[in-house]
Design a protein around this ligand. Structure first.
Ligand code: ZN
Length: 277
């Protein structure tokens, strides 16, 4: 009588149990003696059964997720340095590709990236500060200067945000500075006003400073409008042609006026005041 498949299976299992050590040793011996052949056969099988292998791998991964993760994690921890070096080498070789890929990804996911970066920066303030400090030390000032030059708009946006966030402190600092250096402060304020209305700001800083200095310390100064002597503390450095009427912030367009004339002239040209008629 022939054996059924189930009977065969049971018989083999019993045999295997009784001879386990011997069978294993035999298998190990075969594997050792035919290593190359086995590898080749395995390669060929994988090559010819790509889909099946992938499916089986995926199924295995799905049913052994935790083990898989633990295995990969352990592997990473055990080979950390090696992996880092390899990754670095890979990145070096594929620098340009990577740069393009990252740029493309950023273009396509701009909002997501910005949100993620903002969140990261918010939750990792100390790390960010530490990293920035290290970066400055490593790269030196030149790199930062170059970055600012090529990223003017980004820097301006950052500065604007910074000023908004530190407004109170800034104002306090500015008014303190203003009290200690009134001339300097009003000179800067005038330049800021000029920049704000997109007026032409000339490069003749020294000549401009000289006018402010004269207003602040010269013994005798006459008002350029009424020609009266103006006592200290009542002198205003005026834009002859107002900034808002396309006057430039330049030494040629600056003159010293008294309180009254300055008040009257506010935002009017001399012609509009009737003084030159
Ligand atoms: Zn005057």
């Amino acid at each position: 009588m022939t054996m059924s498949a189930a009977e065969k299976k049971t018989k083999y299992a019993t045999y295997y149990q009784a001879n386990r050590e011997r069978i294993r040793a035999q298998q190990a011996g075969y594997q050792r003696d035919h290593r190359e052949e086995i590898t080749e056969r395995h390669k060929l099988y994988v090559e010819n059964n790509k889909l099946r292998v992938a499916e089986r791998q995926s199924a295995y991964y799905q049913s052994h997720k935790d083990e898989s993760l633990a295995y990969h994690k352990k592997y990473y921890m055990d080979h950390k340095e090696e992996i880092k070096i390899k990754a670095h080498e890979y990145n070096e070789i594929h620098k340009e590709e990577r740069r393009l890929y990252v740029a493309k990804y950023y273009r396509e996911h701009r909002d997501q990236c910005a949100a993620r970066n903002a969140l990261y920066n918010k939750t990792h303030k100390e790390e960010r500060a530490k990293y920035a400090k290290e970066y400055r030390q490593e790269q030196g000032v030149e790199v930062i200067k170059k970055y600012r030059k090529t990223n003017k708009r980004r820097k301006a946006a950052y500065d604007a945000e910074w000023h908004m966030a530190n407004r109170e402190k800034e104002l306090a600092r500015m008014s303190e500075y203003g009290r200690a250096h009134p001339l300097e402060a009003s000179m800067r304020a005038a330049k800021r006003r000029a920049l704000k209305v997109n007026a032409i700001v000339s490069e003749d800083k020294e000549k401009i400073a000289a006018i402010y200095k004269r207003a602040g310390s010269a013994e005798k100064v006459r008002c350029y409008l009424c020609h009266k002597l103006i006592p200290l503390g009542h002198r205003h450095v005026d834009h002859i042609r107002p900034l808002t009427k396309s006057g430039a912030h330049s030494a040629r367009n600056l003159a010293i006026a008294c309180d009254i004339c300055n008040d009257r002239k506010y935002n009017k040209t001399m012609v509009e005041m009737g003084l030159l008629v």
